[in-house]
Design a protein around this ligand. Structure first.
Ligand code: NAD
Length: 296
């Protein structure tokens, strides 16, 4: 078997078209365009790339945006003051603090300082908590994008055995909540693996669906999966490649060729989950502007 490709670029482009139309309708009704405030600390090249992609997507769909750039020496107090000003500004609908932060700053503290009603990344404990109890919420963008992909390709999760590799707060944990809830979309029996998992293959070989977000190139190999598995590769790592102009290429967490031989569906890297994350951020920003999640 050679897996069919889940084309995240195509699905994200269709999703952005939908958001663009919804933004246009919203503005035609007499509202100002949605506004996303990004905050970028320091000069991490990957973060610069992500902010660039998000800014471009905003322009494409008619969402206004601005990036506040702070030095990597910024204090926690100064950063929180900036976030507070954005919280209080009625012209700001969504706030995004680009992660990772310099090591002297606590991402927990910074995320908690964001008004949860403007937390379009869906990282605030209020939004994660609501996800866990099945309440309307800003679903974090990568997990939400993964579910959009599964829905688009009519790949069911109900009653399947899903194995999530990676348990971060931004991908692994929220996607495992979404997969495992019996009264929400997932309805899957869900196993969560992380760096303390003793025998990863024991779990991945039994999976109907594998979602891998570990940041470890080639972690999942063909011999670790069963025939017909659905593989969603969230990982994005830069590996040196002198044949490329940039000197590196982007790879996921799967050994693509060997896993593809056995899988029924697989996401490529790049062009899989990445574009969906950005598209879902656009969707969340529009929801924030419309006060769809928190009407009060
Ligand atoms: P992280 O780096 O914060 O944590 C990694 C997780 O993987 C941890 O839970 C760790 O225990 C687990 N892990 C590490 N090595 C492992 C191993 N050998 N076996 C099992 N588990 C292992 O995670 P993150 O921030 O979710 O990022 C993970 C990857 O996903 C990175 O490559 C990141 O760039 C990428 N990412 C992509 C998108 C996207 O839009 N496609 C979004 C977010 C993150």
């Amino acid at each position: 078997m050679s897996a069919k490709i889940i084309d995240g670029s195509k699905v994200a482009s269709e999703l952005r078209d939908e958001v663009r139309q919804d933004v246009k309708d919203w503005v035609d009704e007499g509202h100002r365009p949605p506004f996303l405030q990004a905050i970028l600390i320091g000069n991490n090249p990957a973060s610069n790339t992500y902010i660039g992609a998000k800014t471009k997507a905003c322009k494409e769909v008619g969402i206004e945006t601005d990036t506040l750039r702070l030095p990597d020496t910024v204090s926690a107090k100064e950063l929180k003051k900036t976030v507070r000003q954005c919280n209080q500004n009625d012209d700001v609908d969504g706030i995004l603090v680009q992660l990772p932060l310099p090591s002297h700053l606590s991402s927990h503290d910074v995320i908690e300082s964001i008004d949860y009603r403007k937390d379009v990344d869906g990282f605030h404990p209020m939004n994660v908590g609501r996800l866990a109890v099945g309440q309307p919420t800003f679903r974090s963008c990568t997990p939400a994008g993964i579910f959009e992909l599964l829905k688009y390709y009519s790949i069911p999760t109900k009653s399947k055995h899903a194995v999530v590799v990676g348990a971060s707060n931004i991908v692994g944990t929220p996607v495992s909540i979404m997969l495992s809830r019996e009264h929400s979309e997932g309805k899957a029996t869900t196993t969560i693996c992380h760096k303390y998992t003793k025998d990863l293959t024991q779990h991945t070989i039994a999976a109907d669906i594998i979602i891998v977000a570990a940041g470890q190139p080639n972690l999942i190999k063909g011999e670790m999966v069963k025939e017909g598995v659905v593989v969603i590769d969230v990982g994005i790592s830069r590996v040196a490649d002198e044949t490329r102009e940039k000197g590196y290429k982007l790879v996921g967490d799967c050994h693509f060729e060997s896993v593809r031989e056995k899988a029924s569906w697989i996401t490529p890297v790049p062009g899989g989950v990445g574009p969906m994350t950005v598209a879902m951020l656009m969707k969340n920003t529009l929801l924030a502007a419309k006060k769809s999640i928190y009407p009060g």
